[in-house]
Design a binder for this molecule. Sequence first.
Ligand code: ADP
Length: 629
Amino acid sequence: MSTEKMEFQTEVRDLLNLMIHSLYSNKEIFLRELVSNAADALDKRRFLSVSNAALLAVGTTLKIDIAVNTEGKIITIEDNGIGMNREDLISNLGTIARSGTKNFIKSLKENEQANVDLIGQFGVGFYSVFMVARKVEVLTMKAGESQGYLWTSAGTGDFEITEAPKQEVGTKITIYLKDDEESLEFANEWQIKSVIQKYSEFISYGIFFHPEPTKNDKGELEIQEPKRLNDKPALWRQSEKEVTEEQYKEFYSVVAHEGSEPAAWNHSHAEGSMEFWSLVYIPSKAPFNIWNNERAHGLKLYVKKVFIMDDCKELLPTWLRFVRGVVDSEDLPLNVSREILQSNKIITNIRKHVIKKVLDSLQQMADKDVEKYTEWWRELGAVLKEGFYMNWEHLDELKKLLRFRSTKTEGTGLISLSEYVSRMPETQKEIYYLIGDRKEGIDSNPLLEAFRSKGYEVLLMTDPIDEFMMSSLTEFSEKKFHDISRGDVDFEKTEDEKKAEESSKSEFKGLCEALQKTLDTDIKEVRISSRLKESPCCLVTSEDAMSSRMERMMEAMGQGKMEKSKRILEINPTHPICEMLKAKIDKAEDLEDWPKALYGQALLAEGSPLPNPSEYVQAINKLLARLAK
Ligand code: ADP
């Protein structure tokens, strides 16, 4: 056969034209494309040889060999995969535009300003080599045949095919690099190795780099041993039974760059309408950047074992951003872009699957090892809590995973909601909770006094996120949540208690009015409390108002100065200070600095900042000075 010259199909020509003049910055992807084509060809040969043993002689190792000739500016990539005959070459590398190419060209035409980023978005595969090549040769022989062919093209209008001797089945691609600086970067052993290691680390066939021969002392050329570039198995593609615990842990340190051990992991393989593997790890320690604005999402995305991207945001909700691991899809195209991922059905399905697996693993850990889970919760529970105000889908699973400190937990112990409900006294109807700024202090908040004396447990929350979380958490196990700093508490009272309360109300009416008058700018109402036992007073928020903590948070988040909602001051009629003040009112005496002092006390007792500390100190000093007289 003499050399045949053929024209590229029009669409292919348009595409090549773009490649040749491309300004696309990510030129290295041509190596990823060629190596993954080689790996596909190896897969095909192995697969076909199962039914036709003659296609693969016993003892043949399927592999990929790469070499660089720096001086000659040449790269070669060789595989002993299925190979191509004349017809294959024409249809695969010449005339038939694949669907990816068609879409690519279509977008280009729609978008006159040829956006070079488009290259990354479409399946342009083999042709991407023309971003760096002035000429490409494909020497190939198909398995089961004995004639080799050489395909040659400069990527312009046409290509040539000629018969050519080839000893072994497979394909050898020779790339003659362009003379520009960017293309010549690839005439370099180090560069090739680093790109291969980045994208093709887990390809299951050996990828060998053949260093250039070196001259010895006598000036003779010495052949160097080839070096294997990828020696890690794609652990996630193995069955769970084949992988040891040690291997799982070792792989975690590779994917998560983490020295500590993972708290748990889940390995799964989904088959059916779509096929993918996932190996996800739950760290035991919070990753260092977990609270950064530019926070990393830990899953790596692979397609057919080829690395696509780190931190694939589309695979995880932000409230699971601590998860690390790998997802490998068999169905996505290699050149899938972030834009495509956002609205991709395959990704949506994988994401659902991953979320379920992570939540299941956490629940299993919680069921199996309370101590371990409690420790995990301390590290990362606050991130999980974000799940409550960012989605409505997984609330039931998330509620079961919540842990809290409470007025009855001891030391570092935490309680789950179902434990809380199971130990509620019969008379208790709601789940009580209190949110505070700091761990210290919240325990001695006066609001807790009556609950303690009644034997009612109160959940204590001090994470900044708690306020937001509780706005979506309304009930658990048919019990409503009740913020004890809000509104009134409806304790079941005995007849005697009711009578005592009624009489205090009328006896203390004058004091309440007098306090209200002086504190009017800050306080909406002063009333008798049924929740105080030891303290003289406390502040509560009315049912419909925004809490003062939320107001401060909104301000801190740049929402501008919030108009403060006035709060309610409750006083304890059995406390000596209140009795003394009532006596003053009865005798028509002035309350002097007492209202300011009481209000300041109430703020301090709940851990809130004083709006005017010096005014408070002056008030206290005056009262103390009077005692000293
Ligand atoms: P894709 O790999 O996405 O199909 P490419 O443009 O990269 O697109 O390749 C086109 C076709 O050329 C492949 O589908 C394959 O049939 C063939 N091909 C490319 N490289 C090789 C190779 N190394 N060995 C055998 N066939 C190959």
